[in-house]
Design a protein around this ligand. Structure first.
Ligand code: FPP
Length: 251
């Protein structure tokens, strides 16, 4: 059996192939199963998932992505057991505390997207701090989706447009795709070119429903804590082989 290719070889191949996605989004899934396989409590799976976050951020910089979006905590996740929610909140704080300076030094602009008012005050303060610290950076935009649900995001955007119409500052005819996109948390970001979901699940799970209209999907069977830049590069190589038609026919 031949050995798996080294990440550096995959990266060289990505560069030889040429065009890389501008924006990769990831549904990080499988932390709980990773922990269960080792007879560990679920929060330890999430903790182990933090190092995969570091891996893919570094991989994204190496590849030259413009935007990396990570689904860290959904609105539905608030319904998990209290202890698990508390563990995820404190991991978020710990992540920011440990990584903010490094992310800043790497030129990463960190944006946290979602209903942030629901965060604990300590987590909210940490989130505001890292966004402020890194707002001037341009190397990579890292979108971390926290307390996020795509349907709620769409309702929020609809209300914002409806309020402008009611106030007389926008006509109904001035509502189009672009106007709608500008009311979403992702305003100003290109739509994802590639969506990766780990752990073999084949669902969108209320993530970026508007923005994923023409995104290429890649399902990896690897559980999130085992996901490294090697898997990220593998997904990008797979993407580079796709024929994106956006509903049209090939050239
Ligand atoms: C899904 O696995 C993962 C989550 C709900 C949390 C994601 C969090 C991290 C990767 C770590 C923290 C990262 C940051 C940036 C603070 P699951 O629990 O649904 O797994 P399962 O489907 O196997 O149960």
């Amino acid at each position: 059996m031949s050995a798996a290719p080294a990440p550096a070889d995959l990266l060289s191949q990505i560069r030889v192939n040429g065009e890389v996605p501008r924006h990769v989004a990831i549904i990080m899934d499988g932390n709980g199963r990773w922990a269960r396989e080792r007879m560990l409590p679920r929060p330890l799976g999430h903790r182990s998932g933090m190092k995969s976050v570091r891996e893919v951020v570094e991989g994204a910089i190496e590849v030259g992505l413009e935007v990396l979006s990570l689904f860290a905590f959904s609105q539905e996740n608030w319904q998990r057991p209290e202890l698990e929610v508390a563990a995820l909140m404190s991991l978020l704080e710990e992540y920011i505390q440990r990584e903010a300076d490094e992310l800043d030094a790497q030129g990463v602009q960190v944006r946290m997207l979602g209903e942030l008012d629901r965060l604990t005050p300590a987590a909210r303060a940490a989130v505001d701090r890292v966004m402020k610290q890194t707002e001037h950076n341009t190397k990579l935009r890292l979108n971390l989706f926290i307390s996020y649900g795509a349907r709620a995001e769409i309702v929020r955007a609809t209300k914002a447009l409806a309020a402008e119409v009611a106030a007389g500052t926008r006509s109904v005819d001035a509502i189009d795709d672009a106007a709608f996109s500008e009311k979403l948390f992702t305003a100003g970001c290109p739509d994802p070119d590639l969506l990766i979901r780990t752990s073999g699940e084949q669902r969108i799970s209320n993530f970026l429903l508007w923005q994923l209209a023409y995104t290429e999907l890649y399902i990896s069977s690897v559980l999130w804590p085992d996901f490294s830049r090697r898997e990220l590069y593998g997904a990008i190589l797979d993407y580079q082989d796709r024929d994106r038609r956006f509903g049209r026919v090939s050239a």
